[in-house]
Design a protein around this ligand. Structure first.
Ligand code: TZP
Ligand code: MG
Length: 205
């Protein structure tokens, strides 16, 4: 059976050393995909870690995504590539990674969402939905913007930014296909049980 492209509980990494054990615990708790997002390491370090995270994802048969580094996504044959508005753009990314890699794009407005869909994005990430110290420069957008984006495009939407066990219920269920999370899972005392609880909430939404 092929890989299931399940966005429901989308784990994004942070910059901590020794990510692998926490990622594995999160997968065992039920995250449905993993994105390696590291801004502060060299390409060589990133490739080494990407291959390890990919292997882990293969073991559990969930998709493996790479943030930003388009050429590396191609080199390690990532399942997905996630890019932001500040990156080189989806047409460039598509030309590099080809059609076997799905591409996600971060958007913050209806206009950006329509443009991402038109350019061939496979899904969009919308956020930050809540204040977050994982991306301190981000101003949370209004949940009405999320609702408007849902009405404007057909591709899947993943909500991101400051999502916790407390506030996840405030995200309109019919507006998103999944929840992308860093700290509520990776910084939890026990990432596995945090993922189990968040997965239950994601499935109820
Ligand atoms: N993009 C928008 S908010 C964010 C990213 C990468 C950070 C999400 O991290 P957390 O810890 O789940 O708020
Ligand atoms: Mg980026």
């Amino acid at each position: 059976m092929g890989l299931v492209h399940d966005l429901r509980l989308y784990l994004v990494t942070d910059e901590r050393p020794d990510l692998l054990p926490r990622i594995e615990q999160a997968i065992q708790g039920g995250v449905t995909c993993v994105q390696l997002r590291r801004k502060k390491i060299t390409d060589d370090q990133f490739i080494e870690e990407a291959l390890q995270v990919k292997q882990l994802c293969r073991q559990y048969q969930i998709p493996f995504a790479i943030n930003d580094r388009v050429e590396i996504a191609r080199e390690v044959e990532a399942d997905w590539l996630h890019i932001g508005q500040e990156d080189k753009g989806i047409l460039y990314a598509r030309a590099i990674v080809g059609s076997n890699t799905k591409i996600g794009v971060s958007v913050h407005s209806v206009e950006e969402a329509i443009e991402a869909e038109r350019s061939g994005a496979d899904y969009v990430g919308v956020g930050a939905l809540f204040p977050t110290s994982s991306k301190p420069d981000t101003i949370p957008l209004h949940l009405d913007t999320l609702r408007s984006i849902r009405k404007a495009i057909e591709i899947p939407i993943v909500g991101i930014g400051g999502i916790t066990e407390e506030n996840i219920k405030r995200i309109p269920a019919d507006a998103v296909n999944g929840f992308a999370i860093i700290s509520s899972i990776l910084s939890a005392p026990d990432p596995k049980s945090a993922a189990i609880r968040m997965r239950k909430m994601a499935d109820m939404e």
